[in-house]
Structure formats: C-alpha cells, structure tokens
Design a protein around this ligand. Structure first.
Ligand code: MRU
Length: 367
C-alpha cells in the first residue's frame, strides 16, 4: 500500500534512525515554514518532544512514547529505571489515551524480559506499535472511503465538501492519519474531494499542519477561521464533518481538540453527518462517561501569542492581547456520543455507543 506523499515523496512522521539508537521525527513546531527532522535518542528527548508538541496527535504521541521507553531502557534497564521512565512519559500529555496504552504495551514486554534484553524487546514492541498504527490508519481509510463514496453517489459529480478540525492526518499518526486517511484514499482514487480545514486556535494545527499536508499531497483544501464553520454548515456548504479523537469512552463520547464540540453541535443543528475516525488504541474501555476524561490545560501563552512568518521571512511570535490579560487554554473538549453520527475504526464504522463499539470489538464484551 502506498503511503501519503509529500511533494511526490512517500513520507512518515517518524522513522527509526539508521543506527537503531534513536528515531527521526518531523519537527511539527517548525511547520509549515520549514520541513525538518530532529533526532530523539533519550528518554528526556522523547518527553520533551511530546510536551513541546514537536510530535503531537494521539497515535504519534503513543508511538513516540513507546520508542522513548525503549531508549530509556538502553540507559537504565533496571526495574526502577523502567518505572521512572513510564512515569516521566505518562506525565507529558494527559488526554490522548494512546500514550498510556503504548507505554503499557512496552512496559509489559520489558518487565517480562531480563534487564540485559529489555532494550531489544522494548524496541521491537515500539516498532510493532508503529507498524500496527500504519496498518490501522490504512484500514480506517478504507472504511471511511466507503462513507465518502456514499456521499459522492448523492452529489452527482460535484466535489464532496468535508470539514475537518485540528490535524488528524499523517502528521498526527505515523502515516495516513485517521480523519484524513479516507480523504487521501478518495483523492487517490479520483473521487472529487474538497477539504475545509478549521484553523484551530490557539495552536493553529489546521492552518499549519492540515492545510500543509493536504496541499503537499495535492488534495484541494481551503482554510477557514474556526468561527466560519457554523456559517458554512448553515448554508449547506459542507457535506460531512470528519475529525480524529484523542480518547473515546466505551459509550462513544469523544475527546478531541478544543472546538470539536462546537462543530458537532452545528453539524447536528443542520443535519450534516459528523464522523469521528480513530484506531482501537484511542478507545478507553475503562471510562463510560466523557466527563471523566482528563482535559489538558496548556500554557496561556499559546492563547496570548501567535507564531507566523513576517514579511521579511522571519518566523516570529506576536502578542494578540493587551499586556497583563490572562487566558485559559483547555486543549481538548468532549463531544457527547449523541452528536456523533458514526465512529470509523480499523474494523469498520459503528454507532457511537457501547453496543456500537462492542459490535466491532466483541472481545471487550464483559463475560
Ligand atoms: O494537541 P494535539 O495537536 O496533539 O491534538 C491533536 C488532536 O486533537 C487530533 O485531532 C487527535 O489527536 C486525533 S489525531 C489522529
């Protein structure tokens, strides 16, 4: 299966370094103005890359943490070292459950091995998580493509107009992405698609990442201010919304980037389908109620300042509020299952409900 193209070249957000003692990740803090990879080869480096959002997006956070744990074991394979590394990485970002899920997978493998074998065992598990993520996202693409074909069948050749929020593309995973995977598949198959990308204040992942990666692949994309989405939905200018998720409860409540909830409300008000794409690693089977999902609060600086490229080409940060003003910066919100038309997973699409999820993951049904 071909991977997403960046200006004609197949590209992943994270690759193993040739020496097998680190990973090379796309520095997402530098996009869209520079496309650069940085090397992560220590526990501290992995924790820093996740906290500063050099890497971000639920699946990629999990994969990076998995490699970070392996790298920690290269330096200290003791039981104490293992526990401390898990705690350090788990504390980097609280909302995306993929982080905890990946750490637990690697920890369980490592703890069962002798300390001298722990790095190798953990590295192989991290690689397996990365490869599984690519495969899951590819399958999400196939299942989401079926939904897009249905829309296309009703739109008599006109472009399918899709609204997305934040970035749930290959930059947020290892390849393909979740919400953008069906869009890449549709585009590659010649289905006419047009994406409206919310800018996604405060960090502008829609503007700096989604618009960039779609355009780099050739997918038609129009950037809209976050506040424009309701207007477009009201005017019938959007055929469907598709977003990713950072955590989905067993009953189908969805934590995703702040602002997702408002889009879901507007979509429901105007009868527009609201789809959420996610791999199994994003489902938190321990939580029923979305209100219990921990919501990350980030620095107020992200709200008070924006980064951009000045006329002279320099990338600068500028204030957008008067000195002394305080800000709140909840990074995620929860869209109740009732507002979600369908969950699109690697096993297919289902209703956003416990029964819907259990129909795809019967092994999770309580005995
Ligand atoms: O704060 P971020 O940029 O890590 O938030 C990312 C999102 O909210 C994505 O929509 C989500 O992780 C799904 S990624 C496939």
């Amino acid at each position: 299966m071909r991977v997403v193209q960046v200006f004609g070249r197949s590209t992943r957000s994270l690759e193993e370094a040739p020496d097998g003692r680190g990973v090379l990740v796309v520095d997402q803090t530098r996009l869209p103005f520079a496309f650069e990879r940085v090397r992560v080869d220590t526990l501290a480096g992995a924790a820093d890359a996740i906290s500063r959002m050099v890497v971000r997006g639920a699946p990629l956070i999990g994969v990076t943490a998995a490699y970070g744990l392996a790298l920690a074991l290269a330096a200290d394979p003791s039981d104490t070292g293992l526990s401390a590394a898990v705690a350090t990485l788990a504390a980097t970002r609280p909302t995306a459950v993929n982080l905890r899920w990946a750490l637990e997978r690697v920890r369980a493998r490592a703890v069962a091995a002798a300390p001298s074998a722990r790095f190798d065992v953990a590295w192989r598990e991290a690689r397996a998580i990365a490869e599984e993520d690519v495969a899951m996202c590819a399958r999400i693409g196939e299942h989401g493509l079926a939904l897009l074909r249905d829309v296309a069948a009703r739109s008599s050749g006109a472009p399918i107009r899709l609204l997305t929020h934040c970035n749930a593309g290959w930059l947020a995973a290892v390849d393909w992405g979740t919400a953008l995977a069906p869009i890449y598949r549709a585009y590659d198959e010649g289905l006419p698609v047009h994406v409206f990308a919310d800018e996604t204040r405060p960090r502008n992942q829609g503007a700096s990442l989604t618009a960039w990666e779609l355009a780099a692949h050739g997918v038609p994309v129009t950037l809209v201010a976050d506040n424009a989405a309701g207007h477009l939905l009201q005017r019938g200018e959007i055929d469907a919304c598709i977003v990713g998720a950072d955590r989905v409860t067993r009953r189908g409540d969805v934590a995703n980037k702040i602002g997702t909830y408002l889009k879901a409300l507007a979509a429901r008000a105007h009868g527009v389908p609201f789809w959420v794409a996610l791999p199994a690693s994003t489902i938190d089977w321990t939580l029923d109620d979305g209100a219990r999902i921990p919501i990350e609060e980030r620095s107020e600086d992200e709200v008070l300042r924006v980064a951009g490229r000045a006329e002279d080409g320099r990338v600068v940060r500028v204030a957008v509020a008067p000195p002394g003003v305080r800000a709140r910066n909840p990074a995620f919100d929860v869209t109740p299952a009732a507002l979600v038309t369908a969950l699109v997973t690697e096993r297919g699409s289902c209703a956003a409900s416990e029964e819907g999820l259990l129909s795809l993951y019967p092994e999770r049904r309580p005995a």
